[in-house]
Design a protein around this ligand. Structure first.
Ligand code: NAP
Length: 470
Protein backbone atom coordinates (compact mmCIF):
# COMPACT_ATOMS: atom_id res chain seq x y z
CA UNK A 1 0.00 0.00 0.00
CA UNK A 2 1.02 3.63 -0.31
CA UNK A 3 1.09 6.22 2.46
CA UNK A 4 -1.20 9.23 2.46
CA UNK A 5 0.43 12.66 2.64
CA UNK A 6 -0.70 16.13 1.54
CA UNK A 7 -3.89 14.88 -0.07
CA UNK A 8 -2.21 12.15 -2.15
CA UNK A 9 -1.37 8.47 -1.96
CA UNK A 10 2.42 8.53 -2.11
CA UNK A 11 5.00 5.82 -2.89
CA UNK A 12 8.77 5.69 -2.41
CA UNK A 13 11.42 3.43 -3.97
CA UNK A 14 12.58 2.44 -0.50
CA UNK A 15 9.95 0.00 0.82
CA UNK A 16 9.32 -1.76 4.12
CA UNK A 17 7.90 -5.31 3.89
CA UNK A 18 4.93 -6.13 6.12
CA UNK A 19 5.43 -9.70 7.30
CA UNK A 20 2.80 -12.26 8.34
CA UNK A 21 4.30 -13.32 11.70
CA UNK A 22 2.86 -16.83 11.44
CA UNK A 23 3.93 -17.79 7.91
CA UNK A 24 6.87 -15.42 7.52
CA UNK A 25 5.47 -14.39 4.11
CA UNK A 26 5.39 -10.79 2.91
CA UNK A 27 1.79 -9.55 3.02
CA UNK A 28 2.49 -6.22 1.35
CA UNK A 29 4.99 -3.37 1.39
CA UNK A 30 4.74 0.27 2.48
CA UNK A 31 7.01 3.19 1.61
CA UNK A 32 9.75 4.15 4.04
CA UNK A 33 9.11 7.82 4.76
CA UNK A 34 11.94 10.25 5.41
CA UNK A 35 12.01 13.47 7.42
CA UNK A 36 11.09 15.48 4.29
CA UNK A 37 7.84 13.47 4.18
CA UNK A 38 7.18 14.45 7.79
CA UNK A 39 7.63 18.08 6.84
CA UNK A 40 5.13 17.89 3.99
CA UNK A 41 2.66 15.86 6.10
CA UNK A 42 2.76 18.45 8.90
CA UNK A 43 2.52 21.38 6.47
CA UNK A 44 -0.53 19.77 4.88
CA UNK A 45 -2.01 18.99 8.29
CA UNK A 46 -1.72 22.66 9.20
CA UNK A 47 -3.93 23.50 6.23
CA UNK A 48 -6.22 20.61 7.20
CA UNK A 49 -6.51 21.98 10.75
CA UNK A 50 -7.73 25.31 9.38
CA UNK A 51 -10.42 23.51 7.36
CA UNK A 52 -11.48 21.37 10.33
CA UNK A 53 -11.72 24.39 12.62
CA UNK A 54 -14.31 25.87 10.23
CA UNK A 55 -16.61 22.82 10.29
CA UNK A 56 -19.58 22.59 12.60
CA UNK A 57 -19.88 19.93 15.28
CA UNK A 58 -22.65 18.35 13.26
CA UNK A 59 -20.45 18.16 10.14
CA UNK A 60 -17.74 16.44 12.15
CA UNK A 61 -20.29 14.09 13.70
CA UNK A 62 -21.67 13.16 10.28
CA UNK A 63 -18.29 12.35 8.71
CA UNK A 64 -17.14 10.25 11.67
CA UNK A 65 -20.45 8.39 11.81
CA UNK A 66 -20.15 7.67 8.09
CA UNK A 67 -16.58 6.42 8.62
CA UNK A 68 -17.84 4.09 11.36
CA UNK A 69 -20.52 2.74 8.99
CA UNK A 70 -17.93 2.13 6.25
CA UNK A 71 -15.67 0.32 8.71
CA UNK A 72 -18.57 -1.92 9.65
CA UNK A 73 -19.23 -2.69 5.98
CA UNK A 74 -15.52 -3.52 5.51
CA UNK A 75 -15.25 -5.51 8.76
CA UNK A 76 -14.13 -8.79 7.23
CA UNK A 77 -11.44 -7.19 5.06
CA UNK A 78 -10.15 -5.12 8.00
CA UNK A 79 -10.13 -8.20 10.25
CA UNK A 80 -8.18 -10.35 7.77
CA UNK A 81 -5.65 -7.57 7.21
CA UNK A 82 -5.23 -7.22 10.95
CA UNK A 83 -4.64 -10.94 11.49
CA UNK A 84 -2.20 -11.17 8.60
CA UNK A 85 -0.03 -8.28 9.75
CA UNK A 86 -0.32 -8.67 13.53
CA UNK A 87 -0.97 -12.37 14.11
CA UNK A 88 -3.99 -12.24 16.44
CA UNK A 89 -6.59 -14.94 15.84
CA UNK A 90 -9.31 -13.98 13.39
CA UNK A 91 -12.06 -13.92 16.04
CA UNK A 92 -10.05 -11.39 18.09
CA UNK A 93 -9.47 -9.32 14.93
CA UNK A 94 -13.21 -9.19 14.23
CA UNK A 95 -13.74 -8.13 17.83
CA UNK A 96 -11.13 -5.39 17.42
CA UNK A 97 -12.84 -4.05 14.29
CA UNK A 98 -16.22 -4.07 16.06
CA UNK A 99 -14.70 -2.18 18.98
CA UNK A 100 -13.08 0.29 16.59
CA UNK A 101 -16.51 0.94 15.04
CA UNK A 102 -17.77 1.75 18.55
CA UNK A 103 -14.77 4.01 19.21
CA UNK A 104 -15.47 5.97 16.02
CA UNK A 105 -19.20 6.11 16.74
CA UNK A 106 -18.53 7.36 20.27
CA UNK A 107 -16.12 9.95 18.90
CA UNK A 108 -18.75 11.11 16.39
CA UNK A 109 -21.17 11.67 19.26
CA UNK A 110 -18.59 13.68 21.20
CA UNK A 111 -18.26 16.08 18.25
CA UNK A 112 -21.65 17.47 19.32
CA UNK A 113 -20.66 17.91 22.99
CA UNK A 114 -17.76 20.35 23.16
CA UNK A 115 -19.06 22.29 26.14
CA UNK A 116 -17.57 25.30 27.82
CA UNK A 117 -18.91 26.58 31.15
CA UNK A 118 -19.97 29.86 32.68
CA UNK A 119 -17.71 31.06 35.47
CA UNK A 120 -19.44 32.38 38.63
CA UNK A 121 -17.35 35.57 38.71
CA UNK A 122 -19.75 37.14 41.21
CA UNK A 123 -18.07 34.86 43.73
CA UNK A 124 -14.94 37.05 43.53
CA UNK A 125 -14.84 39.98 46.02
CA UNK A 126 -13.96 42.51 43.31
CA UNK A 127 -16.88 41.62 40.98
CA UNK A 128 -18.41 44.55 39.16
CA UNK A 129 -20.80 42.78 36.78
CA UNK A 130 -18.37 40.85 34.56
CA UNK A 131 -19.66 37.74 32.78
CA UNK A 132 -17.16 34.95 32.11
CA UNK A 133 -17.32 31.75 30.11
CA UNK A 134 -14.94 29.24 28.55
CA UNK A 135 -14.70 28.08 24.95
CA UNK A 136 -13.26 24.68 24.12
CA UNK A 137 -11.19 24.93 20.92
CA UNK A 138 -9.13 22.40 18.94
CA UNK A 139 -5.36 22.18 19.51
CA UNK A 140 -4.59 22.22 15.76
CA UNK A 141 -2.30 19.50 14.37
CA UNK A 142 -2.31 16.24 16.38
CA UNK A 143 0.44 13.64 15.95
CA UNK A 144 -0.96 10.16 16.67
CA UNK A 145 1.69 7.48 17.22
CA UNK A 146 0.38 3.97 17.76
CA UNK A 147 1.73 0.51 18.69
CA UNK A 148 1.50 -2.80 16.85
CA UNK A 149 -0.79 -4.73 19.17
CA UNK A 150 -4.18 -3.09 18.44
CA UNK A 151 -3.32 -1.50 15.10
CA UNK A 152 -6.88 -0.40 14.36
CA UNK A 153 -8.72 0.33 17.60
CA UNK A 154 -5.85 2.25 19.20
CA UNK A 155 -5.50 4.37 16.05
CA UNK A 156 -9.25 5.06 16.23
CA UNK A 157 -8.87 6.09 19.89
CA UNK A 158 -6.62 8.90 18.63
CA UNK A 159 -8.03 9.79 15.21
CA UNK A 160 -11.70 9.72 16.27
CA UNK A 161 -11.39 12.20 19.17
CA UNK A 162 -8.85 14.36 17.27
CA UNK A 163 -11.24 14.89 14.35
CA UNK A 164 -14.30 15.11 16.63
CA UNK A 165 -12.61 18.00 18.43
CA UNK A 166 -11.89 19.81 15.14
CA UNK A 167 -8.18 19.00 14.77
CA UNK A 168 -6.26 17.50 11.86
CA UNK A 169 -4.20 14.40 12.53
CA UNK A 170 -0.93 12.86 11.36
CA UNK A 171 -1.06 9.11 11.99
CA UNK A 172 2.26 7.26 12.49
CA UNK A 173 1.29 3.58 12.72
CA UNK A 174 3.69 0.92 14.01
CA UNK A 175 6.02 -0.31 11.28
CA UNK A 176 5.01 -3.95 11.85
CA UNK A 177 1.30 -3.18 11.35
CA UNK A 178 0.66 -0.20 9.05
CA UNK A 179 -1.87 -1.76 6.63
CA UNK A 180 -5.08 -1.55 8.62
CA UNK A 181 -4.27 2.08 9.56
CA UNK A 182 -3.94 2.86 5.84
CA UNK A 183 -7.31 1.15 5.26
CA UNK A 184 -8.80 3.28 8.02
CA UNK A 185 -7.42 6.36 6.25
CA UNK A 186 -9.20 5.24 3.06
CA UNK A 187 -12.45 4.86 4.99
CA UNK A 188 -12.07 8.35 6.52
CA UNK A 189 -11.52 9.91 3.10
CA UNK A 190 -14.43 7.95 1.62
CA UNK A 191 -16.56 9.29 4.48
CA UNK A 192 -15.79 12.87 3.49
CA UNK A 193 -13.05 13.85 5.93
CA UNK A 194 -11.29 16.85 4.31
CA UNK A 195 -8.32 15.64 2.26
CA UNK A 196 -5.67 17.41 4.31
CA UNK A 197 -7.24 16.74 7.71
CA UNK A 198 -5.73 13.27 7.83
CA UNK A 199 -2.25 12.05 6.94
CA UNK A 200 -0.87 8.53 7.41
CA UNK A 201 2.89 8.33 7.25
CA UNK A 202 4.72 5.00 7.23
CA UNK A 203 8.33 4.59 8.30
CA UNK A 204 10.49 3.82 11.27
CA UNK A 205 9.71 5.75 14.44
CA UNK A 206 13.42 5.77 15.24
CA UNK A 207 14.11 7.67 11.98
CA UNK A 208 11.14 10.02 11.57
CA UNK A 209 9.74 10.19 15.11
CA UNK A 210 11.83 13.10 16.36
CA UNK A 211 11.01 15.21 13.29
CA UNK A 212 7.29 14.65 13.84
CA UNK A 213 7.17 14.99 17.61
CA UNK A 214 9.57 17.94 17.78
CA UNK A 215 7.87 19.95 15.02
CA UNK A 216 6.50 23.16 16.58
CA UNK A 217 3.51 23.11 14.19
CA UNK A 218 2.34 19.93 15.96
CA UNK A 219 0.40 21.11 19.02
CA UNK A 220 -0.53 17.78 20.58
CA UNK A 221 1.16 14.36 20.66
CA UNK A 222 -0.89 11.33 21.57
CA UNK A 223 1.25 8.23 21.97
CA UNK A 224 0.56 4.62 22.83
CA UNK A 225 3.57 2.36 23.16
CA UNK A 226 6.42 1.37 25.40
CA UNK A 227 7.60 3.29 28.43
CA UNK A 228 11.06 4.14 27.10
CA UNK A 229 9.85 5.45 23.75
CA UNK A 230 7.17 7.43 25.60
CA UNK A 231 9.76 9.08 27.83
CA UNK A 232 11.91 9.91 24.80
CA UNK A 233 8.91 11.47 23.06
CA UNK A 234 8.10 13.59 26.14
CA UNK A 235 11.64 14.97 26.11
CA UNK A 236 11.54 15.66 22.36
CA UNK A 237 8.04 17.16 22.28
CA UNK A 238 8.96 20.16 24.41
CA UNK A 239 6.18 22.64 25.12
CA UNK A 240 3.16 20.87 23.71
CA UNK A 241 0.36 18.77 25.13
CA UNK A 242 1.10 15.03 25.39
CA UNK A 243 -0.95 11.96 26.24
CA UNK A 244 1.04 8.86 27.14
CA UNK A 245 -0.55 5.40 27.15
CA UNK A 246 2.35 3.14 28.15
CA UNK A 247 3.02 -0.39 29.32
CA UNK A 248 2.48 -2.42 32.48
CA UNK A 249 2.97 -5.76 34.25
CA UNK A 250 -0.58 -5.96 35.56
CA UNK A 251 -1.30 -7.87 38.79
CA UNK A 252 -4.24 -10.17 39.45
CA UNK A 253 -4.84 -10.97 43.13
CA UNK A 254 -6.48 -14.31 43.92
CA UNK A 255 -7.92 -14.15 47.45
CA UNK A 256 -8.72 -17.38 49.39
CA UNK A 257 -12.47 -16.94 48.78
CA UNK A 258 -12.12 -16.44 45.00
CA UNK A 259 -14.53 -18.34 42.76
CA UNK A 260 -12.03 -20.81 41.31
CA UNK A 261 -13.78 -21.41 37.96
CA UNK A 262 -14.17 -17.69 37.32
CA UNK A 263 -10.63 -16.75 38.30
CA UNK A 264 -9.12 -19.45 36.10
CA UNK A 265 -11.28 -18.39 33.12
CA UNK A 266 -10.28 -14.77 33.77
CA UNK A 267 -6.57 -15.64 33.96
CA UNK A 268 -6.77 -17.51 30.67
CA UNK A 269 -8.56 -14.69 28.85
CA UNK A 270 -6.64 -11.88 30.58
CA UNK A 271 -3.23 -13.50 30.24
CA UNK A 272 -3.24 -15.08 26.80
CA UNK A 273 -5.43 -13.18 24.34
CA UNK A 274 -3.39 -11.70 21.50
CA UNK A 275 -0.58 -13.99 22.73
CA UNK A 276 -0.26 -11.87 25.88
CA UNK A 277 0.57 -8.76 23.85
CA UNK A 278 -1.94 -6.49 25.53
CA UNK A 279 -0.91 -3.57 27.72
CA UNK A 280 -3.33 -4.76 30.44
CA UNK A 281 -2.54 -8.51 30.17
CA UNK A 282 -2.59 -10.31 33.51
CA UNK A 283 1.11 -10.95 34.15
CA UNK A 284 1.68 -11.21 37.91
CA UNK A 285 -0.79 -13.62 39.48
CA UNK A 286 -0.56 -12.96 43.21
CA UNK A 287 -2.23 -15.96 44.81
CA UNK A 288 -3.22 -16.79 48.39
CA UNK A 289 -1.22 -19.66 49.89
CA UNK A 290 -4.56 -21.12 51.08
CA UNK A 291 -5.62 -21.89 47.49
CA UNK A 292 -2.23 -21.88 45.74
CA UNK A 293 -2.13 -25.60 44.82
CA UNK A 294 -5.78 -25.76 43.74
CA UNK A 295 -5.40 -22.63 41.62
CA UNK A 296 -2.25 -23.90 39.90
CA UNK A 297 -3.89 -27.25 39.09
CA UNK A 298 -6.97 -25.62 37.61
CA UNK A 299 -4.95 -22.98 35.73
CA UNK A 300 -2.65 -25.62 34.23
CA UNK A 301 -5.70 -27.42 32.86
CA UNK A 302 -7.15 -24.16 31.49
CA UNK A 303 -3.92 -23.12 29.78
CA UNK A 304 -3.30 -26.59 28.31
CA UNK A 305 -6.60 -26.16 26.42
CA UNK A 306 -5.35 -23.07 24.49
CA UNK A 307 -4.56 -24.34 20.99
CA UNK A 308 -1.93 -22.51 18.94
CA UNK A 309 -1.44 -22.27 15.18
CA UNK A 310 -2.46 -20.30 12.10
CA UNK A 311 -4.47 -17.31 13.36
CA UNK A 312 -6.65 -17.40 10.23
CA UNK A 313 -7.84 -20.90 11.27
CA UNK A 314 -11.16 -20.33 13.10
CA UNK A 315 -10.47 -23.18 15.56
CA UNK A 316 -7.11 -21.82 16.77
CA UNK A 317 -7.20 -19.99 20.12
CA UNK A 318 -3.81 -18.26 20.09
CA UNK A 319 -1.57 -17.11 17.25
CA UNK A 320 2.06 -16.02 17.05
CA UNK A 321 3.74 -13.07 18.68
CA UNK A 322 4.41 -10.17 16.33
CA UNK A 323 8.05 -11.13 15.76
CA UNK A 324 10.13 -14.28 16.27
CA UNK A 325 12.64 -12.35 18.39
CA UNK A 326 9.87 -11.52 20.86
CA UNK A 327 9.11 -15.22 21.30
CA UNK A 328 12.83 -15.80 21.90
CA UNK A 329 12.89 -12.98 24.49
CA UNK A 330 9.88 -14.36 26.37
CA UNK A 331 11.54 -17.77 26.40
CA UNK A 332 14.76 -16.31 27.76
CA UNK A 333 12.89 -14.65 30.65
CA UNK A 334 11.12 -17.94 31.46
CA UNK A 335 14.43 -19.84 31.45
CA UNK A 336 15.98 -17.19 33.66
CA UNK A 337 13.12 -17.57 36.18
CA UNK A 338 13.54 -21.36 36.13
CA UNK A 339 17.23 -21.08 36.88
CA UNK A 340 16.30 -18.87 39.85
CA UNK A 341 14.01 -21.59 41.28
CA UNK A 342 10.66 -21.00 39.54
CA UNK A 343 8.73 -23.95 38.02
CA UNK A 344 7.20 -24.09 34.53
CA UNK A 345 3.94 -26.03 34.87
CA UNK A 346 2.75 -25.91 31.26
CA UNK A 347 4.25 -24.60 28.01
CA UNK A 348 7.76 -23.19 28.09
CA UNK A 349 8.79 -23.73 24.46
CA UNK A 350 8.57 -21.80 21.21
CA UNK A 351 8.93 -22.20 17.47
CA UNK A 352 9.38 -19.20 15.22
CA UNK A 353 7.08 -16.46 16.50
CA UNK A 354 4.72 -18.90 18.27
CA UNK A 355 5.44 -19.19 21.99
CA UNK A 356 3.48 -21.83 23.88
CA UNK A 357 1.03 -20.53 26.48
CA UNK A 358 3.02 -20.87 29.69
CA UNK A 359 2.41 -20.90 33.44
CA UNK A 360 5.40 -20.27 35.71
CA UNK A 361 4.88 -20.86 39.46
CA UNK A 362 6.93 -19.91 42.54
CA UNK A 363 8.07 -16.70 40.87
CA UNK A 364 9.95 -14.19 43.04
CA UNK A 365 9.00 -10.53 42.55
CA UNK A 366 12.54 -9.55 41.51
CA UNK A 367 12.59 -11.96 38.53
CA UNK A 368 12.29 -10.22 35.15
CA UNK A 369 9.18 -12.22 34.28
CA UNK A 370 7.52 -10.42 37.21
CA UNK A 371 9.12 -7.00 37.56
CA UNK A 372 9.48 -6.02 33.87
CA UNK A 373 6.74 -5.89 31.25
CA UNK A 374 6.71 -9.38 29.67
CA UNK A 375 4.21 -8.65 26.87
CA UNK A 376 3.94 -12.32 25.93
CA UNK A 377 1.91 -15.49 26.52
CA UNK A 378 3.04 -16.43 30.03
CA UNK A 379 1.81 -15.69 33.54
CA UNK A 380 4.01 -15.57 36.65
CA UNK A 381 2.36 -16.94 39.80
CA UNK A 382 3.59 -15.86 43.26
CA UNK A 383 2.09 -16.87 46.64
CA UNK A 384 1.12 -14.45 49.42
CA UNK A 385 0.01 -14.84 53.03
CA UNK A 386 -2.42 -11.96 53.74
CA UNK A 387 -4.10 -8.96 52.09
CA UNK A 388 -1.36 -6.56 53.26
CA UNK A 389 1.28 -8.63 51.51
CA UNK A 390 -0.90 -8.98 48.38
CA UNK A 391 -1.44 -5.21 48.10
CA UNK A 392 2.26 -4.59 48.76
CA UNK A 393 3.20 -6.97 45.96
CA UNK A 394 0.66 -5.45 43.56
CA UNK A 395 2.17 -2.01 44.20
CA UNK A 396 5.76 -3.25 43.93
CA UNK A 397 6.05 -2.02 40.34
CA UNK A 398 6.93 1.19 38.56
CA UNK A 399 3.80 0.59 36.44
CA UNK A 400 0.13 1.11 37.31
CA UNK A 401 -2.23 0.59 34.38
CA UNK A 402 -4.72 -2.08 35.44
CA UNK A 403 -5.14 -4.52 38.33
CA UNK A 404 -7.67 -7.19 39.27
CA UNK A 405 -8.82 -8.97 42.43
CA UNK A 406 -11.08 -11.97 42.90
CA UNK A 407 -12.87 -12.03 46.25
CA UNK A 408 -16.37 -12.06 47.75
CA UNK A 409 -15.16 -10.01 50.73
CA UNK A 410 -16.28 -6.38 50.33
CA UNK A 411 -13.65 -5.09 52.78
CA UNK A 412 -10.82 -6.71 50.83
CA UNK A 413 -12.28 -5.43 47.56
CA UNK A 414 -12.51 -1.87 48.86
CA UNK A 415 -8.99 -1.96 50.32
CA UNK A 416 -7.79 -3.13 46.89
CA UNK A 417 -9.64 -0.24 45.20
CA UNK A 418 -8.28 2.38 47.61
CA UNK A 419 -4.73 1.13 48.09
CA UNK A 420 -3.58 -0.37 44.78
CA UNK A 421 -1.94 2.32 42.61
CA UNK A 422 -3.50 1.68 39.24
CA UNK A 423 -5.52 3.61 36.67
CA UNK A 424 -8.04 0.76 36.26
CA UNK A 425 -9.16 -1.51 39.10
CA UNK A 426 -11.22 -4.62 38.36
CA UNK A 427 -13.13 -6.42 41.11
CA UNK A 428 -13.92 -10.03 40.16
CA UNK A 429 -12.36 -9.69 36.72
CA UNK A 430 -8.91 -10.03 35.23
CA UNK A 431 -7.09 -6.74 34.59
CA UNK A 432 -7.67 -7.07 30.86
CA UNK A 433 -11.10 -5.49 30.61
CA UNK A 434 -11.98 -2.32 28.73
CA UNK A 435 -15.12 -0.69 27.41
CA UNK A 436 -14.03 1.83 24.81
CA UNK A 437 -16.13 4.66 26.24
CA UNK A 438 -14.59 4.55 29.71
CA UNK A 439 -11.74 6.81 30.91
CA UNK A 440 -8.66 4.71 30.36
CA UNK A 441 -5.06 5.44 31.28
CA UNK A 442 -2.31 4.60 33.72
CA UNK A 443 -0.55 5.91 36.79
CA UNK A 444 3.21 6.03 37.45
CA UNK A 445 5.29 4.83 34.47
CA UNK A 446 2.15 3.59 32.72
CA UNK A 447 1.57 7.10 31.49
CA UNK A 448 -0.54 10.20 31.80
CA UNK A 449 -3.79 11.45 30.34
CA UNK A 450 -6.90 9.45 29.51
CA UNK A 451 -8.37 7.89 26.40
CA UNK A 452 -12.01 7.04 25.76
CA UNK A 453 -13.64 9.50 23.31
CA UNK A 454 -15.13 11.86 25.90
CA UNK A 455 -11.86 12.11 27.83
CA UNK A 456 -9.57 12.17 24.78
CA UNK A 457 -11.57 15.08 23.32
CA UNK A 458 -10.74 17.04 26.48
CA UNK A 459 -7.06 16.19 26.04
CA UNK A 460 -7.18 17.28 22.38
CA UNK A 461 -8.73 20.69 23.02
CA UNK A 462 -7.63 23.87 24.75
CA UNK A 463 -9.78 26.02 27.01
CA UNK A 464 -10.07 29.72 26.22
CA UNK A 465 -11.53 32.06 28.82
CA UNK A 466 -13.70 35.00 27.77
CA UNK A 467 -14.70 37.84 30.13
CA UNK A 468 -17.29 40.47 29.18
CA UNK A 469 -16.71 43.67 31.16
CA UNK A 470 -19.87 45.82 31.30
P1 NAP B 1 6.94 0.92 20.77
O1 NAP B 1 8.10 0.15 20.31
O2 NAP B 1 7.12 1.90 21.86
O3 NAP B 1 6.34 1.65 19.46
C1 NAP B 1 5.16 2.39 19.51
C2 NAP B 1 5.15 3.39 18.38
O4 NAP B 1 6.18 4.36 18.60
C3 NAP B 1 5.44 2.79 17.01
O5 NAP B 1 4.67 3.42 16.03
C4 NAP B 1 6.92 3.11 16.82
O6 NAP B 1 7.33 3.14 15.47
C5 NAP B 1 6.96 4.49 17.43
N1 NAP B 1 8.29 4.97 17.77
C6 NAP B 1 9.42 4.26 18.04
N2 NAP B 1 10.45 5.09 18.31
C7 NAP B 1 9.96 6.35 18.22
C8 NAP B 1 10.53 7.65 18.38
N3 NAP B 1 11.82 7.83 18.71
N4 NAP B 1 9.73 8.74 18.20
C9 NAP B 1 8.44 8.59 17.88
N5 NAP B 1 7.85 7.38 17.69
C10 NAP B 1 8.60 6.28 17.88
O7 NAP B 1 5.75 -0.05 21.24
P2 NAP B 1 5.19 -1.36 20.54
O8 NAP B 1 6.20 -2.46 20.67
O9 NAP B 1 4.66 -1.05 19.20
O10 NAP B 1 3.93 -1.67 21.49
C11 NAP B 1 4.05 -2.34 22.70
C12 NAP B 1 4.04 -1.38 23.87
O11 NAP B 1 2.88 -0.56 23.82
C13 NAP B 1 3.95 -2.11 25.20
O12 NAP B 1 4.80 -1.50 26.13
C14 NAP B 1 2.49 -1.95 25.59
O13 NAP B 1 2.24 -2.07 26.96
C15 NAP B 1 2.23 -0.58 25.09
N6 NAP B 1 0.78 -0.36 24.93
C16 NAP B 1 0.13 0.46 25.81
C17 NAP B 1 -1.25 0.64 25.70
C18 NAP B 1 -2.01 1.52 26.63
O14 NAP B 1 -3.15 1.85 26.32
N7 NAP B 1 -1.45 1.94 27.75
C19 NAP B 1 -1.95 -0.03 24.71
C20 NAP B 1 -1.24 -0.86 23.83
C21 NAP B 1 0.12 -1.01 23.95
P3 NAP B 1 8.07 1.85 14.82
O15 NAP B 1 7.07 0.75 14.86
O16 NAP B 1 8.39 2.35 13.47
O17 NAP B 1 9.27 1.59 15.66
Amino acid sequence: MRMYIAGEWVDRDDKIPVINPYSGETVDTVPRAGVEDVDSAVASAERGAAVMRGLSGYDRYAMLKKAADLMEERLEDFAKTLTMEEGKVIGESRMEVSRAVQTMTGSAEEAKRLYGETIPLDGAPSWTGQIGFTLRVPCGVVAAISPFNFPLNLVCHKVGPALAAGNSVVIKPATDTPLVALKLTEALLDAGVPVEAVQCITGSGGSIGDALVGDPRVRKVTFTGSRDVGEHICRTAGLKKVTMELGSNSPLIVMPDADMDKVVAATVSSGFSNAGQVCISAQRIITSRDVYGDYLDALTEGVEAISTGDPLDESVKMGPMVRAQDAARVNEWINEAESGGARTLVGGGYSGAVHQPTVVADVSPEMRISCDELFGPAVAVTPFSDIDEAIGMANDSNYGLSAGIFTQNIDWAMRFAREVDSGNLMINSGPQWRADLMPYGGLKDSGMGKEGPKYAVEEMTELKLVIYHP
